[in-house]
Design a protein around this ligand. Structure first.
Ligand code: ADP
Ligand code: MG
Length: 685
């Protein structure tokens, strides 16, 4: 196919007949800038003008099409009176009414004694049928332009429907015939139309309204492929050549042997995959997924041991001071201090200490640096950084992830860890640029968290239980959906609850929420960790990664307010060790069916991956946690629930074309969906 033809799609809409400066400004507001954007702006409905109605059976208030002879035109000489055109046919008479129209124009479109086709909304006034300012008036030979289903587009002010239609028809009717990137066999097998016909069908036959129609599904397939191919291209770039890491695994084995537990099958497998990547001559760009408590930290540390053994420095980064200092303590416990030097760095590290660390890093004296994102400030230079691990990464989107991949230089491997299980259909869309390792099972001996539900009004039954619970030196999380009481929402607020509970158990309660300063938050968390307080009332601000070995009960208020996956994550704060964890879900009466179902699923399952799938089904993918947090809307047309099968199809397709991914026909596809913003090769050199 000539590239000239393809260029057509990416030209500015102003190249089209009838689009001037003004209109193009309005179109831009609708994100229609290039000609291809008109193709992708699908009609949301259509108006049926196909039937020619008799004048004696018109329906008032409805859009109808008639075929009539022009009898007479009245142009009143008094201002503000409408112009009237009298028309008739064998079935009756009708008046066509115009306000503020020019005489010459009307005389031209209504030639006396000629037949015309008129379409517009019919009304009844002074015992006459009327159409006021009809949408269409044409001569008989143009009947087919009007008398049919006419697509309706979502437009903004300033764009006239008829005008837009003429523009979109100009484009859709005249799409240059391009070679389809799908071969005819594949199209046939999946009931897809070819690319050109797909758009004709979407715009002109109402298929755009049915997201299960064949042409809509074809469009969805293309969109998903564009996304997968982009990620796949990025992946190829990130996984550039590097020096292989040479180690025999002795150090890591030694650490493993001293652990008080045995690794699970899932952990062993993940570690094996990571080690293979480290040893290969391609950079690692991998995500380690595992439910809360599945034991990801130790896997990262064992792989870190291998990288240290091969003579490189490592960095382990996490989102907060508390979480990373727990990692630091754990690492110090399992590594031999005399042989491996580990340091901790955060924004709070004092200057002298900090300067010392910076110098030792540069001299290559520190083997492993653990800390918050302050690890990645410009001033911090490693002598020989070979491995970066990032914990709880679900807060980052694709772009940030690529930023991270750039850090550390040519020989640096990257491992991300996330406790947000992603539904299978979303896996490729969100992490198609990465290799994925999953830990599916929990450590041996871990007890299933007991999940109970209780109506709020019976809360009094809880207090005795709690009194006993904390007198045994146990600790409790108490989660509320709001920080402060709200006039609009009838939910429990953390502040209010704090007062209530603090009255009952003075000096035993702490409060933490998103409006607190980071330092104040950490102060309260530390008090809880050191058991100064027994009950921590909070909103959802505390991340799941932190280990509170002594807190094994969590109470969640207004449990129906939270999504399934979110409840599962909250619940994962307890029962991380060998203790029995308990989760009490409080709710108001009158739960919706959906809420009851959520609670039931939660009681039955503690498998984060299963719960993520169910959550997707119940809430739709816009609400997925992690997905939402990363703030990306990937798809305009595809819906991971409804088009589940197309996601699978696209996954297979893209893996099959992996070797010809740079073919020009696919770049056209990417450009169509604005996916061409791929990171430049030079970014990774
Ligand atoms: P997460 O995957 O949520 O980050 P962690 O790495 O924090 O989980 O592990 C949770 C707890 O389980 C930690 O106390 C850790 O030492 C422990 N742990 C990890 N692996 C095992 C195992 N195979 N058997 C028993 N306990 C384990
Ligand atoms: Mg963790």
């Amino acid at each position: 196919m000539s590239s000239l033809k393809k260029d057509y799609f990416f030209q500015n809409v102003r190249k089209l007949n009838g689009v001037g400066t003004q209109l193009s400004k309005y179109l831009k507001k609708k994100k229609i800038e290039k000609i291809k954007d008109i193709l992708l702006n699908l009609p949301y409905s259509e108006t049926d003008r196909s039937k020619i109605s008799d004048l004696n059976s018109l329906e008032i208030g409805k859009i109808q099409t008639i075929k009539v002879k022009v009898k007479k035109i009245n142009f009143p000489r008094i201002r503000n009176l409408p112009n009237k055109i009298l028309c008739e046919n064998e079935s009756g008479k009708i008046e066509i009414v115009y306000f503020n129209s020019r005489e010459g124009y009307l005389r031209k479109i209504f030639p006396i004694n000629e037949w015309v086709v008129i379409s517009g909304k019919v009304n009844f006034f002074n015992k006459n049928y009327q159409i006021t300012n009809p949408d269409y008036v044409t001569s008989l030979d143009k009947e087919e332009y009007v008398a049919k289903n006419i697509p309706k587009y979502n437009l903004t002010k300033g764009i006239n429907e008829k005008k837009y239609r003429s523009i979109s028809e100009q484009v859709v009717k005249n799409i240059p015939i391009i070679d389809d990137w799908l071969d005819s066999k594949f199209l046939k097998m999946n009931n897809f139309l070819n690319w050109n016909d797909t758009f004709k069908s979407l715009h002109f036959s109402g298929e755009a309204r049915d997201i299960n129609s064949n042409s809509y599904r074809r469009l969805v397939f293309d969109e998903i492929c564009a996304n997968f191919i982009t990620l796949s291209k990025n992946r190829a770039r990130v996984k550039s050549n590097k020096l292989e890491k040479l180690f025999n695994g002795l150090l890591s084995k030694k650490v493993e042997n001293f652990l008080p537990f045995k690794l699970t099958g899932g952990q062993i497998n993940a570690l094996k995959e990571i080690n293979e990547d480290l040893r290969s001559n391609k950079r690692m760009f991998r995500i380690l997924q595992g439910d809360v408590g599945s034991g990801k930290t130790i896997i990262s540390l064992l792989s870190i041991a291998n990288v240290i053994e091969s003579g490189y420095q490592c960095a382990l980064m996490g989102p907060t001071e508390i979480l990373t200092s727990q990692h630091f303590n754990f690492a110090q416990k399992i590594f031999d201090k005399k042989k491996i030097k580990i340091e901790f760095l955060s924004s709070k590290t004092e200057t002298t200490k900090r300067n010392k660390i910076l110098k030792e890093l540069k001299d290559g004296k520190i083997d492993l640096l653990i800390g918050t994102h302050s690890l990645f400030q410009k001033k911090i230079k490693f002598k020989k950084l070979g491995y970066v691990v990032i914990d709880e990464q679900h807060k980052f989107g694709v772009k940030q992830r690529l930023e991270l991949a750039k850090k550390g230089g040519k020989n640096c491997d990257l491992l991300l860890m996330s406790a947000t299980p992603i539904p299978r259909t979303m896996m490729m869309s969100l992490y198609g640029d990465m290799d994925v390792s999953k830990i599916m099972e929990k450590p041996f001996g871990r007890k299933k968290i007991i999940t109970l539900s209780k109506p709020e009004k019976k809360i009094d039954e809880l207090w005795n239980f709690i009194r006993k619970y904390i007198s045994n030196k146990n600790q409790i999380f108490w989660v509320c959906p709001l920080i402060e009481d709200s006039k609009i929402l009838d939910y429990t607020s953390a502040k209010k609850k704090y007062e209530i509970i603090n009255n009952k158990f003075p000096n035993k309660v702490g409060l933490i929420h998103g409006a607190l300063e980071k330092n104040d938050k950490e102060k309260v968390l530390k008090k809880f960790l050191s058991k100064e307080i027994s009950i921590l009332v909070s909103t959802t601000v505390i991340e799941v990664g932190i280990d509170f070995p002594n807190a094994n009960l969590i109470v969640i208020e207004n449990a129906n307010k939270f999504g399934l996956a979110q409840l599962h994550q909250l619940r994962g704060r307890v029962g991380r060790g060998n203790q029995q964890g308990t989760c009490i879900l409080l709710f108001k009466d009158g739960l919706s069916k959906n809420a009851i179902k959520r609670i039931r699923i939660l009681k039955e399952s503690d498998d984060g991956f299963f719960i993520a799938e169910e959550d997707l089904k119940l809430r739709g993918f816009g609400d997925l946690i992690g997905y939402q947090q990363s703030g990306i809307k990937i798809f305009k047309f595809a819906d991971p629930v409804i088009h589940d099968d197309i996601f699978k199809l696209a996954e297979d397709f893209v893996s099959e074309i992996e070797n010809e991914i740079n073919n020009e026909k696919y770049s056209f596809l990417l450009k169509l969906f604005d996916k061409s913003e791929i990171i430049k090769f030079s970014d990774f050199e």
